[in-house]
Write a protein that binds this ligand. Structure first.
Ligand code: XIL
Length: 376
């Protein structure tokens, strides 16, 4: 950090701390916080803090977001670019151009570049699982395809990608293994095999298991712990477990989050929050084809009421307080997107799940997170 940056961070952090202590109205801090403070300078030593970025960002077209990402974060994840279907659309064809630019984006900025993901039931082309006559491929065929994919992709980015989500979302909500085509074709040990291939392709890469609802559902969390322990018993490398962190206001509660991290830490691994966002919209199915969303399903189309804005800010602050309590057991927090307009949670509606608004201005939630980090 340059001396000037350091001085700015110290000044801004001090202001945030003072504001928190004397309970000044938070709007004393935002200007300062939004313009001067970087999350990466405030997180505990050793933590990575980042965002998932899209191709407009990794290709440098979205220059406002590029500046923000560069200033705020020390790690990036690829929102879609490194998924199976993006990299390997046909058996003998890999498409690496956009992925190479994503990796270069992070390396050029000295960031930890994350790989997401290798083995998942979604965003994977059909050919991967297909056998003759529309049947599922047999175990040997599917394992060979998995091996080729992992060896080629992880091998290509050896020593440039810090760590990989090796297996994503392998669990049902009750903690049993999801009946994904990978499992049906290969058997339960598809998870162990995926981790082995990844380790063989890059012995220095960190390897993660990643899933959602691990903080809200204790049965599912127990399933994740079983996966980790099984790998450990087999002597296979695994470095961290990722709770995606697709949360809603007040779920998980602080107590649930606290318990979840405590439980996951019994594996001895660090915990990562890998895809953090907070959904403010009611649960609703997609609107009928060509129809706009109903007003009830899209209540904030014309703006977010201040009370919701403040509730979001409080929720983020509470969550970060819990994460800080576990600072030694946490190794990364990554937001799933940069600003509200970028988020996958919009899907035709208007959502507000992140720390920057559609104009790329920091929201009250950003200021509250800064105050919590600065006050640690
Ligand atoms: C999402 C992307 O954000 C969307 O752009 C895409 O259409 C679908 O996938 N869990 C994951 C992520 O592990 O890869 C998903 O990303 C969100 C849920």
């Amino acid at each position: 950090m340059s001396r000037r940056t350091f001085a700015r961070v110290v000044a801004a952090s001090a202001a945030a701390t003072v504001a928190a202590r004397v309970r000044l109205s938070v709007d004393v801090v935002p200007r300062l916080a939004g313009q001067e403070v970087a999350l990466k300078d405030l997180v505990p030593r050793g933590w990575l803090i980042g965002a998932a970025i899209n191709q407009n960002q990794s290709d440098g077209r979205d220059t406002v977001a590029v500046d923000l990402i560069t200033r705020q974060f020390n790690t990036i994840s690829p929102e879609n670019l490194l998924k199976f279907q993006s990299l390997h659309p046909e058996p003998d064809r890999f498409t690496f151009d956009a992925a190479d630019r994503y990796v270069a984006f992070g390396r050029d900025r000295g960031m930890a570049v994350i790989g997401h993901n290798l083995v998942w039931h979604s965003q994977t082309p059909r050919w991967v699982w297909d056998g003759p006559d529309g049947a599922l491929a047999d175990r040997a065929t599917m394992l060979a395809r998995m091996r080729t994919h992992i060896m080629t992709v992880v091998g290509r980015y050896q020593d440039r990608i810090r760590g990989w989500d090796v297996v994503n979302e392998a669990l049902n909500e009750d903690g049993t293994l999801r009946d994904s085509p990978w499992r049906r074709g290969i058997g339960d040990d598809y998870i162990a095999r995926a981790f082995e291939f990844a380790h063989a392709a890059d012995p220095n890469a960190e390897l993660y298991y990643n899933d959602y609802n691990l903080a809200t559902r204790s049965e599912k969390r127990a399933g994740a712990i079983r996966i980790v322990k099984d790998l450990q018993q087999r002597g296979i490398r695994i470095d961290a477990v990722g709770e995606q962190g697709h949360w809603r206001l007040n779920t998980p509660t602080s107590a649930e989050l606290d318990q979840a991290i405590t439980d996951l830490r019994t594996t001895g691994l660090t915990v990562m929050i890998t895809e953090l966002d907070v959904n403010l919209l009611p649960q609703a199915g997609p609107p009928a084809r060509g129809q706009p969303p109903s007003p009830e399903s899209n209540p904030y189309a014309n703006g977010l009421p201040d009370e919701m804005q403040q509730a979001l800010a409080r929720y983020y602050a509470d969550a970060f307080r819990v994460l800080l309590k576990h600072r030694d057991g946490m190794s990364r927090v990554t937001f799933w997107g940069v600003s509200d307009g970028d988020s996958w949670l919009n899907r035709g509606r208007t959502n507000y799940p992140l720390l920057w608004d559609r104009q790329r201005h920091p929201k009250p939630a950003f200021d509250r997170v800064v105050a919590v980090l600065a006050g640690q």
